[in-house]
Design a protein around this ligand. Structure first.
Ligand SMILES: Cc1cc2nc3c(=O)[nH]c(=O)nc-3n(C[C@H](O)[C@H](O)[C@H](O)COP(=O)(O)O)c2cc1C
Length: 210
């Protein structure tokens, strides 16, 4: 990405003349691999947007922890703000931005909890401090001060001196996509935007204007 001192950028690292894959998950996977190989910062970082019961959206960053044929897995607290919203409305949007490759990918779909056994396995492989944190932090709830949180950390460290079990309110969501947009920055704002919309059979592919 090149910039001048007005903060305007011109993009010139790639192009999407045609649809490189029939299956958008393969397309996504190949761009994800590129982002790793090209050294993009935090390639697993993704913004996830959820909506509340009134249809008001909210977004926050999470990490993609697994990439499956059916979709993308993230882990979080099921009782968090996002978790509460997903339980009321399972429609979510994901946004990856791989700055070093001048690419973004927009994904829309539905989130569903993964099987407990999958969350158990992932949780068991986390560092102890993160495991304790999952118990100590009532994610998104109001707390009086930092000390309250640290006391809870101490409490759970003592409660679980050895193996830390997975809290029942902590686990994964599989986001099953029904829409993708692959965006590649191009010169003069004439970017490439290739879309995949889930159809009765397979995917409808189309290009949209930048
Ligand atoms: C780069 C980055 C990665 C993050 N990854 C996660 C994650 O994987 N899971 C998670 O619950 N929160 C993650 N967070 C914290 C969330 O952005 C957010 O603060 C938290 O999930 C609570 O969101 P909520 O109150 O909307 O539910 C991450 C934050 C950043 C900046």
């Amino acid at each position: 990405m090149s910039s001048d001192n007005t903060g305007r950028y011109d993009f010139n690292k790639g192009k999407l003349e045609d649809f490189p894959f029939e299956d958008p998950m393969l397309f996504f996977s190949s761009w994800y691999q590129d982002s790793i190989e090209q050294g993009c910062a935090d390639p697993q970082a993704v913004a996830i947007s959820t909506v509340n019961a009134d249809g008001k959206p909210s977004s926050r960053m999470v990490y993609m922890r697994n990439l499956l044929e059916e979709g993308i897995v993230i882990y979080t607290n099921y009782l968090s703000r996002k978790g509460g919203q997903i339980s009321q409305n399972h429609n979510v949007a994901l946004l990856f931005h791989w700055d070093c490759a001048e690419r973004q990918v927009r994904i829309e779909g539905v989130a569903e909890k993964v099987d407990d056994s999958i969350s158990d396995e992932y949780f068991a492989g986390r560092p102890r401090i993160s495991q304790i944190g999952a118990w100590a932090s009532e994610q998104s709830s109001e707390i009086d001060n930092r000390a309250t949180l640290e006391e809870r950390v101490k409490f759970f460290e003592e409660k679980y001196p050895d193996v830390v079990p997975r809290p029942p309110h902590w686990g994964g969501y599989l986001i099953k996509p029904s829409y993708f947009e692959f965006w590649q920055g191009r010169l003069g704002r004439l970017h490439d935007r290739l879309c995949y919309q889930k159809a009765e059979e397979g995917w409808r592919k189309f290009r949209i204007a930048p």
